[in-house]
Design a protein around this ligand. Structure first.
Ligand code: FMN
Length: 302
């Protein structure tokens, strides 16, 4: 997730959960083959054969509108070791959509087909290719056309965030649309949207008719959500989470990351407070602070 889940957070969350696959934040592709160092910067795990946490495979996500450049960059990420290629057709950002990338492409199934088939031709049939979509841009009129374009282009997996771009991130997620896609297509369909714990995961699986889930904000608000859903683990208590926050802080404070430490911690607490009252209290006590030692002291006291 762009701006919130970086390599450090991926490592932390994939170490305490048994995730099958992790997708990077998107890399914006415009009209060039990006230098290798751009991919290494966004995904330093490429130095570790693109594994994170306890050996969770990592797939790089590309976002762009130009089929040939998308294909060239897809070949590059595969050469660098990414476990497949994922293409983002769901990003609602105004800047990204204005330059014809992300969710705006849901208005143009033919373009989605061109992008994915160009990537498929370039990377060959053995490499996993996935796409991430929403139900549509302003409405769901083209939803099945988009699903069919993704399938015809030769993708393997399709993650569906069950809202339109216009819905933004507002609940509910319309999981029943996912069930209709499952019925009509041979793709491996992955359901996404509004899964925050065991109960919503069960409801999502039941309504969407797929056992494959992709987690978004819930992965941040309940850090062991993957194992809560998959292995019936108890949701992490505050003491455990506090230890995790300390580990996170210590890692953030090493090297380059330390500059962003307080803002990144506050950002995570904004998600954690959806699940933990203690996170709200901690957030309130540190929200105006920048001093790292003082912040760490208050985490320890919380
Ligand atoms: C801050 C933020 C950044 C995101 N960045 C990405 C991204 O880079 N790639 C992507 O496919 N989805 C991204 N998403 C969307 C999530 O992956 C997910 O589809 C969406 O939040 C719906 O799932 P949820 O209701 O479980 O959060 C982002 C969402 C948020 C809130």
């Amino acid at each position: 997730m762009e701006g919130v889940i970086d390599a450090l957070m991926r490592d932390l969350l994939c170490t305490i959960n048994d995730y099958d696959l992790c997708i990077t934040e998107f890399v914006r592709i415009v009209d060039a083959l990006l230098p290798k160092q751009v991919f290494y910067r966004i995904c330093p795990e490429l130095n570790n054969n693109a594994y994170t946490g306890k050996n969770t495979p990592l797939r790089m996500q590309l976002l762009g509108q130009e089929p040939n450049w998308m294909a060239e960059n897809a070949v590059r990420v595969i050469e660098l070791g990414s476990h497949g290629v994922d293409v983002n057709f769901g990003c609602p950002s105004k800047a990204v959509n204005k330059s014809k990338g992300g969710a705006v492409l849901l208005k143009d199934p033919e373009k989605i087909y061109q992008i994915l088939s160009s990537i498929r031709n370039a990377i060959g049939n053995e490499v996993q290719l996935s796409a991430k979509i929403r139900l549509g841009y302003e409405n769901t009129d083209l939803f099945f056309e988009v699903v069919s374009a993704v399938e015809s282009a030769g993708a393997n997996d399709l993650a569906i965030h069950a809202r339109t771009k216009t819905h933004g991130y507002k609940p509910p997620a319309y999981w029943d649309y996912i069930a209709q896609a499952v019925k009509r297509s041979h793709l491996n369909i992955i359901a996404n949207g509004e899964v925050w714990g065991k109960e919503s995961a069960i409801a999502c699986i039941k309504t969407s008719h797929t056992n494959s889930l992709m987690l978004g904000r819930g992965a941040l608000s309940l850090p062991n959500i993957g194992n809560v859903i998959k292995h019936n683990e108890t949701p992490m208590g505050w003491q455990q989470l506090k230890n995790l926050l300390i580990t996170y802080s210590e890692l953030e404070l090493v090297g380059d990351n330390s500059f962003y430490f307080s803002s990144r911690l506050k950002q995570w607490l904004r998600y954690l407070k959806l699940e933990y009252a203690e996170a709200e209290e901690l957030f309130q006590s540190i929200k105006t602070l920048k001093d790292k030692t003082e912040i760490l002291r208050l985490i320890n006291l919380s």
